[in-house]
Design a protein around this ligand. Structure first.
Ligand code: ADP
Ligand code: MG
Length: 282
């Protein structure tokens, strides 16, 4: 479990640029959860994940990772990384290797996987993001946007972290790239892992998360089930967010058709629409 107790982060505390980026955050994230962190630009999302992942020491409060209080106990960075790894925003900007293999192998070596087992680990990570061995010798720089992002995700999951944290995993990708990243995250990457991601894309939050944490001006203002969050139109609006496409379409359909059932997913909405269409067309 990842736990925050009364965590606050103040940047440049003793200057006139003082900024309270996170204020008294309390949080428990259990193994296997899928959590989306949403909020406006500058609300403190990146600060929150830097604290959760042990990268940033909070100004006050405690961060506890699997019962180890990392704010109190001395613990090596490399030991934290094995448990909690982060895919930063625009991760491909940090590519350095000449081949996809070397790019991904770096993380594996970093956590001490022995040389003889590196290739298998790299292939497994590559496979999880839907790329095959023909990519190993390619230059990471010549891939498409979506492929680059998937290689960047592979270079982190090769360390097999229990908790995987992603900051805006689909930002700046075109529609195809975005869909592929979402579907591999959903199908393979998240399997057996705890997934925590920041997004401003409500469709992504809706599709990938079971729990949503909303942060506003450094305060956690909502923490609960994804479905419940999007059912509360007033809250979504108050926070200044656009509801996901799926939620909007459900709302419109239930206004138009009195017999519209409460559909749980895209598939059942599509099934309903197809049924209606054949009714109308006799
Ligand atoms: P978000 O990821 O939601 O856009 P951040 O966590 O990056 O928000 O930032 C929260 C607030 O803290 C913003 O006002 C930002 O300008 C400020 N901030 C972020 N990082 C730093 C830093 N290293 N030094 C000073 N202020 C920062
Ligand atoms: Mg950010």
């Amino acid at each position: 479990m990842l736990e925050l107790k009364e965590v606050s982060v103040i940047y440049d505390p003793h200057t006139r640029f003082k900024k309270e980026a996170l204020i008294g955050a309390n949080l428990k994230i259990y193994e296997g959860e899928r959590v989306a962190i949403i909020g406006r630009i500058g609300s403190g999302k990146s600060t929150l994940i830097e604290v959760i992942s042990g990268l940033l020491k909070p100004t006050s409060g405690e961060v506890i990772i699997d019962n180890i209080n990392i704010t109190k106990e001395k613990i090596k960075r490399s030991d934290i990384v094995k448990k909690v790894s982060v895919v930063f925003q625009h991760p491909e900007m940090q590519f350095f290797a000449e081949t996809v293999f070397e790019e991904i192998a770096y993380g594996a070596r970093n956590i001490g996987i022995e040389e003889g087992k590196i290739k298998d680990a790299v292939l497994m990570a590559l496979n999880d993001v839907g790329l095959d061995e023909t990519y190993l010798e390619k230059s990471p720089f010549e891939l498409s946007g979506g492929e680059k992002r998937r290689v960047a995700i592979a270079s982190v999951i090769v360390m097999n972290p229990k908790y995987l944290i992603l900051d805006e995993p689909t930002s700046n990708l075109d529609f195809g790239g975005k869909s592929s990243v979402i579907s591999y995250l959903q199908e393979r990457v998240a399997r057996g892992r705890t997934l925590i991601f920041v997004t401003h894309d409500m469709d992504e939050a809706f599709m990938l998360s079971k729990r949503i944490i909303v942060i506003n001006e450094g305060h956690i203002v909502f923490d609960g089930e994804t479905e419940r969050f999007f059912d509360d139109a007033e809250l979504v609006e108050r926070i200044g967010l656009e509801p996901p496409f799926f939620v909007k379409i459900k709302k419109t359909l239930s206004k138009c058709f009195p017999d519209f059932p409460s559909c749980e997913d895209y598939d059942s909405v599509v099934q309903y629409l197809l049924r209606k269409r054949s009714e109308y067309n006799g």
